[in-house]
Design a protein around this ligand. Structure first.
Ligand SMILES: O=C(O)[C@H](O)[C@@H](O)[C@H](O)[C@H](O)COP(=O)(O)O
Length: 255
């Protein structure tokens, strides 16, 4: 059961959006840690997603989080060799994981396997990620109960690496899936499916810029997921749309 009620929070610009999302994430983690452990957070690639991680790292509030009880996952990954600059993992390590240092145990970082001689295809990587997710999942579940799942959104309404008109949008029964023909380079990727995304307690879609306005309006109007995948980004308990003013330009003003 997911929350079709989407909450929209509008920010003046992309920088304030990233800073506010970082503050929101930190206080959400601090609050959640007084109720349960460990916590599971799913990171996103993309400019706002990475800027948010850098803002988390730069915040003094980061030290209010017991990172030893926080596990990091990825909603999607570019299928490149380990350490490649374009990998979401590489960018997240630079923005947040490295600055956290020993506060965040290496074992708490669950990266999507990189291209290597042992992991030669996106299917290999997706299968390995499925196993890692299942190892942390409650009985009968595909994935751990994600506390917060962050998603960036493209101008075409894609989230993670689930693109409009592509079959991966409809994939079910598995947590991760290989993508061969991403319209957003690089073409080879691994993505969580909507089965995995919708298992999260909270799903936060972060979107900034006028080029996202059409997709924001379509998603908030519950357009078909096949044409606007972001419309399918729903959390079990909460669905937050964290946007800047420019991305709201095509929303119908309340009558
Ligand atoms: O691997 C990726 O590229 C991302 O996960 C992708 O889903 C991204 O979040 C959106 O394309 C938004 O990216 P921007 O914020 O850079 O527009």
């Amino acid at each position: 059961m997911t929350s079709a009620q989407r909450e929209v929070v509008v920010h003046p610009d992309a920088e304030v959006l990233a800073q506010a999302t970082a503050a929101r994430l930190l206080t959400t983690l601090v609050d959640a840690q007084s109720h349960r452990a460990p916590l599971h957070v799913v990171l996103t690639g993309g400019t706002v997603g990475i800027r948010t991680l850098a803002a988390v790292a730069a915040s003094p509030v980061r030290d209010a989080v017991d990172w030893s009880g926080v596990h990091l996952w990825w909603g999607d990954e570019r299928f490149l060799a380990d350490g490649e600059a374009d990998r979401n993992e590489t960018q997240a390590r630079e923005a947040l994981i490295t600055p956290l240092g020993d506060a965040l145990p290496a074992a708490n970082v669950h990266a999507v396997p990189a291209l290597s001689t042992q992991v030669a295809t996106t299917q290999d990587a997706a299968a390995a990620y499925d196993e890692e997710l299942a190892a942390w999942a409650p009985e009968g579940a595909l994935v751990p109960t994600f506390d917060v799942l962050l998603l960036g959104m493209g101008p075409d309404g894609h989230v993670a690496s689930l693109f409009p008109g592509h079959p991966e949008v409809e994939a079910s029964g598995t947590a991760a899936i290989g993508v061969q023909d991403s319209p957003k380079p690089p073409p080879l990727r691994v993505s969580l499916t909507f089965d995995a995304i919708r298992s999260a307690r909270e799903v936060w879609v972060v979107a900034a810029g006028a080029e996202k306005a059409g997709a924001v309006a379509s998603a908030l109007a519950s357009a078909p997921v096949s044409t606007t995948p972001a419309a399918g980004a729903l959390g079990r308990e909460r669905t937050l749309w964290l946007v800047d003013v420019a991305a709201t330009q095509e929303l119908q003003q309340d009558a």
